[in-house]
Design a protein around this ligand. Structure first.
Ligand code: PRX
Length: 633
């Protein structure tokens, strides 16, 4: 399954485009199926309707756990590093992880969970988070993991959309110096969620929590019950390849977040194949992905991809700067990490501390470095290369999205020659095209356009939960017969791809995807606000910052206090990750005569580039632009 030379990459790529079904069937043969497929692929991008490995039966946890037990049973599956470096770390072998997943799967069954039920998981970065995810998959329940940085309201929206029956959480969690009151946030969310009949609470921080009779139970007590029942095994639920595996919510340019749906067979094959190839994982390597399991990167490249390949995956509970900015390097040194996969925002943040935190840290174990989530600027790329990889570890700049399930355009470590800031070439099976605004394919090299994919791959989203039409509109309606990524991209003279950023109203703040409309809706909930417009601006560490222009005539108290109130409102409605960095009060927004906000002008002002705002003559009231320019932050 692993490509071993650049020449082989070209051959495999050609085969994957000319004979996609034969190619993917060959890859899928490397996994364990209870029954093989009747048909490799049927698809159209019109409805859309994509099915991979139809008729096949499998369970992804059998691939991630059971099939490794003979050869790797005593090898570490998960290494867990706590937030506080003085607390003991934990190692779970494949056998131990298997047993714990079976145990917790039985807990879920005891609590009435059946195949097809939706389960919301809101947990800190502990092995139990991976165990909860895998336990759902083992019995065919559909997990919807919500990142710990989302508010009660965001959780409630997601629980209601998926009609979850059960929530798995912890009393609290630790991140840096912060204690996160997870159960209490869940309690606030559940006021709105009658579908939830049961909450399972893991002990982590042992912060006081309200345990509601008949609804809330402790994880540990439930495990004890399973132990006394004396049944450590949990047979897997046999799943159809196209049965849902999970829902993961992500932001778009309009309205509320969408529930991206991935299915069992195709997702497993794609996460496993891309993990093995991009990182060139070798048996025994220690692999550390710094993402949170609450994002797709954590799903595919902390849990499912690595475990399906029998890898050792490191889960870190904390943050890169606690107790100091040398924490990642301590972890690399302590566990002799071979592959480190992180985000440009973390690299830029660590760069700002200089080289002191790297002193006396042995990073010689590192063989491969990875980047994900946002464009990596050349300075950060070189710093990563020089100071972390010592110019010996290839950097894989992996471009992909929640909707893709796994890496799409990326170097293969040590095989694809890299270029700073470039995601380089498509993986086998991926057919990228650049299109102009009319949907016409732009051929040749040295060109740029909107990035689309013209043929399905096994990890493509199948639908958006509960609203198929919305998914069609978002991804398949802009350009005929193509999946539209929302990203702008250039293809240079060598045919190498460089992602230039979103072309829609989606921000990428510290690698987190945030819809401007979502933030505006939250700001507009504040009692003194009439309307608002949110745009991104370049931010040294976060990549993009959130700049809000707010019309707020009825202010209560001074302007600075009002800004804080607005920030608090956003925090309550969405969560701390969407907080505006800058708020400018304005008397009106620049609008066309038809009432459309001219974001182009606001973007330029937010970027600090007011020299050439282009044509403002179509504005209803051009004077408003002068006022906004004068008050720009
Ligand atoms: O704009 C691209 C950016 O992140 C978006 C996808 O966000 P999300 O679904 O949250 O997934 C993030 C992790 C896979 C893309 O549309 N993006 C992701 N990776 C890169 C990137 N932009 C540039 N270079 C990348 N390597």
């Amino acid at each position: 399954m692993k490509i071993s030379s650049f020449e082989e990459y070209h051959q495999v790529y050609k085969h994957s485009v000319e004979q996609p079904e034969e190619f993917w069937a060959g890859i899928a043969d490397n996994f364990h199926w209870r029954k093989k497929w009747d048909n490799v692929l049927s698809w159209n991008f019109k409805e859309p309707n994509v099915k991979w490995f139809e008729g096949a039966k499998l369970n992804i946890t059998e691939n991630c756990l059971d099939r490794h037990l003979d050869a790797l049973g005593d090898k570490p599956a998960i290494i867990w590093e706590p937030n506080d470096p003085t607390e003991d770390h934990r190692i779970l072998t494949y056998k131990q992880l298997h047993d714990k997943v079976c145990q917790f799967a039985n807990v879920l069954k005891n609590n009435g969970v059946k195949k097809g039920d939706r389960i919301c998981i809101y947990m800190p970065m502990l092995p139990e988070l991976a165990i909860a995810v895998l336990a759902c998959a083992r019995i065919g329940a559909i997990h919807s993991v919500v990142f710990g940085g989302f508010s009660a309201q965001s959780i409630a929206d997601r629980i209601k959309d998926a009609e979850c029956a059960l929530v798995i959480t912890a009393d609290g969690g630790f991140r840096g110096t912060k204690d996160l009151p997870l159960k209490s946030v869940i309690d606030d969310a559940l006021v709105q969620c009658p579908s939830v009949k049961r909450v399972i609470v893991l002990t982590r921080s042992r912060t006081p929590v309200s345990m509601i009779k008949g609804r809330d139970v402790w994880w540990e007590d439930e495990i004890k019950k399973v132990e006394t029942q004396g049944n450590p095994e949990c047979p897997v639920e046999e799943m159809d390849a196209e049965d849902m595996l999970f829902i993961l919510y992500t932001s778009g340019s309009t309205g509320k977040p969408k529930g991206v749906v991935h299915t069992c067979g195709g997702y497993m094959v794609y996460a496993g194949y891309t993990f093995a190839n991009t990182f060139q994982y070798n048996p025994g390597d220690v692999y550390f992905c710094t993402a949170d399991i609450g994002w797709i990167t954590g799903h595919s490249y902390i849990v499912y991809g690595p475990l399906s390949q029998g890898a050792t995956t490191l889960i870190f509970e904390g943050i890169p700067t606690y107790p100091d900015a040398g924490r990642f390097w301590d972890i690399v040194d302590k566990y002799k990490v071979n592959i480190l996969y992180t985000a440009p925002t973390a690299i830029r943040s660590l760069m700002s501390f200089g080289l002191d935190p790297l002193k006396d840290k042995d990073l010689s174990s590192i063989k491969v470095l990875g980047s994900v989530g946002e464009p990596i600027n050349e300075e950060a790329w070189h710093w990563f290369d020089d100071h972390i990889g010592h110019n010996k570890a290839p950097i894989v700049d992996t471009w992909w999205q929640t909707e893709n399930g796994g890496h799409m355009i990326t170097p293969i470590a040590g095989i694809t020659p890299t270029k700073p800031g470039y995601a380089t070439l498509p993986l086998p099976g991926i057919q990228p095209v650049l299109v102009d605004e009319n949907g016409k394919e732009i051929e040749g090299n040295g060109v740029s356009g909107n990035l689309c994919i013209k043929f399905p791959w096994p990890g493509i989203l199948r639908t958006t939960y509960g609203d198929h039409e919305r998914g069609r509109q978002t991804y398949f309606a802009t350009y005929e017969n193509m999946y539209f990524t929302g990203d702008g991209c250039l293809r240079d003279e060598d045919g190498y791809y460089k992602i230039t950023g979103r072309v829609d109203d989606v921000l990428n703040v510290s690698g987190h995807r945030i819809g401007t409309a979502e933030v505006e809706n939250a700001i507009n909930m504040h009692s003194s606000v009439v309307e608002s417009a949110v745009v991104g601006y370049p931010h040294d560490i976060k990549g993009q910052g959130v700049y809000a222009f707010v019309v707020s005539p009825g202010q209560h108290g001074d302007a600075e206090l009002n800004k804080k109130d607005i920030i608090m409102t956003v925090q309550r409605i969405i969560g701390p990750i969407a907080k505006p960095d800058k708020i400018q009060f304005v008397s009106g927004l620049p609008k066309t005569r038809s009432g459309k906000i001219m974001r182009r002008i606001l973007r330029k002002i937010a970027e600090g580039d007011t020299s050439n705002l282009g044509d403002t003559s179509t504005l209803l009231d051009p004077s408003v632009v002068e006022e906004i320019k004068a008050g720009a932050l």
